[in-house]
Design a protein around this ligand. Structure first.
Ligand SMILES: [Zn+2]
Length: 79
């Protein structure tokens, strides 16, 4: 399987994802570009914004990726 997941206009390596929002973003700002999107936090303090389809796809891919890791899991980064 691919180690990359497409979010918005980017291909994210799964091992860079720290966490995925469980609920859509809402801040009340009238010109917010991320309203209704799910925040995906990345190493290095960056984050990207996924739509609900991308968010569930990303969660699935991370679970599959962890299940494929026969060494017992853990978020160890590949060299
Ligand atoms: Zn906002």
């Amino acid at each position: 399987m691919s180690i990359f997941c497409r979010i918005d206009d980017k291909h994210l390596p799964l091992y860079r994802v720290l966490w995925v929002a469980a609920t859509p973003h809402f801040c009340g700002e009238p010109d917010c570009q991320c309203e209704g999107r799910y925040e995906v936090a990345l190493e290095g303090g960056e984050s990207v914004w996924a739509n609900s389809k991308e968010q569930s796809n990303l969660m699935e891919m991370i679970e599959e990726w962890q299940n494929d890791d026969e060494r017992g899991g853990g978020f160890e980064e590949p060299e």
